[in-house]
Every structure is written in structure tokens, then in C-alpha cells.
Design a protein around this ligand. Structure first.
Ligand SMILES: Cc1cc2nc3c(=O)[nH]c(=O)nc-3n(C[C@H](O)[C@H](O)[C@H](O)COP(=O)(O)O)c2cc1C
Length: 261
């Protein structure tokens, strides 16, 4: 039995979860959903396929949705998904279930993990003590999840129909005007022209022109550029000034690059 976990992560929470689960599974590869979609079908009765990613606006990040929609999965594959979020996961797993159902694939096991929030345009991450506590609780829930997945456990998506309709509509509203969203990004005079923002952007939305980042208006909104800027030079309007940056303490920029194909 072999396994593949497809993940997306802006600040490392999902990557850390994927790594933790991979340790419980036989012959497990971790692949980024920012890599090209495999041309050949994946899965089958002898392979586990998993998806690990954050919740964006009560639903799936756009690049994750597009990746799963295009992925060709063989019938009979044991599929699982683990999402993570700061406060409320909305209908994210329901969205994924629907996409897989259209392919005739059953989402056998799902779990949701509460992790430190990275939506810096609204709030800053929890303080040190709270952060440690959240990471510890997250790790212990992932531990149980990984064990259940390795035993081919079954845990279907749960959500009532009213919440599903409400969160689906909210998701549509929150993702409006996506192309204009990045107009508020600026790099101030702390920018050293290192180019890390362009390197970490998962959708190549940043070009360095005249030694300054220029956003290209097809932003995923993941905020990797703000969170990973080594000099904290990037701001989103005035909202992010003075707010602490966040990334998972075990994850480095190199980790994202290593798991790319
Ligand atoms: C664009 C965006 C939208 C988000 N929307 C939600 C949300 O609807 N509900 C929630 O609880 N957390 C939300 N979050 C927080 C992330 O889901 C959470 O911090 C997650 O653990 C980040 O995972 P990562 O480090 O793998 O990127 C959002 C974050 C971003 C960047």
C-alpha cells in the first residue's frame, strides 16, 4: 500500500499536518497542489490519496478547488481530507465531497483541525502561550486522525443543509472582485529587493520591477508574500501595520520548495 498527500499551505499549518499524517502511512509522498497536476490517473485499490489544506472564506482555496477538479482519481481509491482553520470551517469539506462525488469517488474520512489564524488583514496571530497551546492541541488531534486514516477508518462529512446553503453563498460573496483584491499591497522602504515574495507566491502573481514587487491582479489571497517577507516590508493598506507575522514554527520557506515537483 502506498500513499500520496496533496497539500496546499501558505504559512505551514497544513504542511505540518500533512507531514505528521505521512509518518503514520506506508510509503507516503507529500506533493504540493501548486505543482503541475499529474497527467496519469492516481490512486486505485492499493493507494491512499489525501488532501490537506486551509479553509478560505468558509470554503476551498481556488487553487485547491481547481487542482482537485482536474485530478483524475481511479475508482476504489481510499480518499481522505483534513482541513484546518482559525475559527470556523464552513462547508469546505462539503465542497470537496461534491467535487469527488462527480468523479464517482467517495470521501471516506474527513477531519477538521483548529490552528493559528493567518488572515493578517483582519487580525494578528495569537500570543506565544496561546499559540503553543493551539499547536499542541492540533498535534494531538492530528495524531488520532493519522491513526484512523492508516486503519482505513470511515468518517463522512457532517453538515446540515441550511448551514451548507448559507456558507456556499457567503463563499461566493467573499470571493467577489478577486482580481482587484491585490491593489492594496505595498512594499515600503524596508524592502531589500530580495525577491522572496515573488518566490513564495503560489500563483506567480508577483513580478519584481525596478527592485520592487508588483502584484499582477490574479491573487490567491493566501498572504504568503506578507507573512514570509524577511523584513516585514509588505503591508496590505494600513491594516497590517504593527501586526505580528505568522508561520508555523517547524516550517521554512525551503519546505515549500522541496515538496514541489
Ligand atoms: C484568504 C484566507 C481566508 C481564510 N478564511 C478562513 C475562514 O473562513 N475561516 C477560518 O476559520 N479561518 C480562515 N482563514 C485562516 C486559515 O484557514 C488558517 O489560519 C489556516 O490554518 C492556515 O493554514 P496554512 O498555514 O496551511 O496556510 C483564512 C485565511 C486566509 C489567508
Amino acid at each position: 500500500m502506498s500513499s500520496t498527500i496533496y497539500y496546499f499551505s501558505a504559512t505551514g499549518n497544513s504542511l505540518e499536518i500533512a507531514i505528521q499524517i505521512s509518518k503514520e502511512l506506508d510509503d507516503c509522498k507529500i506533493k504540493s497542489m501548486t505543482s503541475p497536476i499529474p497527467k496519469e490517473p492516481v490512486g486505485g485499490s492499493k493507494e491512499i490519496i489525501g488532501f490537506v489544506f486551509p479553509v478560505y472564506y468558509l470554503g476551498m482555496p481556488v487553487l485547491v478547488k481547481q487542482f482537485v477538479e482536474k485530478l483524475n482519481i481511479l475508482p476504489g481509491t481510499y480518499c481522505f481530507a483534513v482541513t484546518n482553520f482559525a475559527r470556523f470551517g464552513g462547508n469546505t469539506l462539503g465542497m470537496l465531497e461534491k467535487i469527488l462525488q462527480k468523479k464517482g469517488i467517495k470521501l471516506a474520512y474527513v477531519e477538521e483541525i483548529k490552528m493559528p489564524g493567518n488572515y493578517i488583514v483582519r487580525y494578528q496571530p495569537p500570543n506565544r502561550d496561546k499559540l503553543q497551546e493551539m499547536l499542541k492541541n492540533g498535534r494531538s488531534k492530528v495524531d488520532n486522525t493519522a491513526k484512523s486514516i492508516s486503519n482505513h477508518g470511515q468518517q463522512p462529512v457532517k453538515m446540515n443543509i441550511l448551514s451548507r446553503i448559507l456558507t456556499e453563498n457567503l463563499y461566493r460573496i467573499l470571493f467577489r472582485n478577486i482580481s482587484k483584491w491585490d491593489e492594496k499591497f505595498v512594499a515600503n522602504n524596508k524592502c531589500t529587493c530580495c525577491g522572496q515574495c515573488a518566490e513564495v507566491c503560489p500563483v506567480e502573481n508577483i513580478k519584481i520591477e525596478n527592485c520592487h514587487p508588483v502584484w499582477q491582479h490574479h491573487c490567491e489571497r493566501c498572504l504568503r508574500c506578507i507573512q514570509w517577507c524577511p523584513t516585514e516590508a509588505i503591508q496590505y493598506g494600513k491594516k497590517t501595520m504593527g501586526r505580528r507575522r505568522y508561520h508555523h514554527p517547524n516550517v521554512t520557506v525551503e519546505n515549500f520548495i522541496e515538496t514541489k515537483d
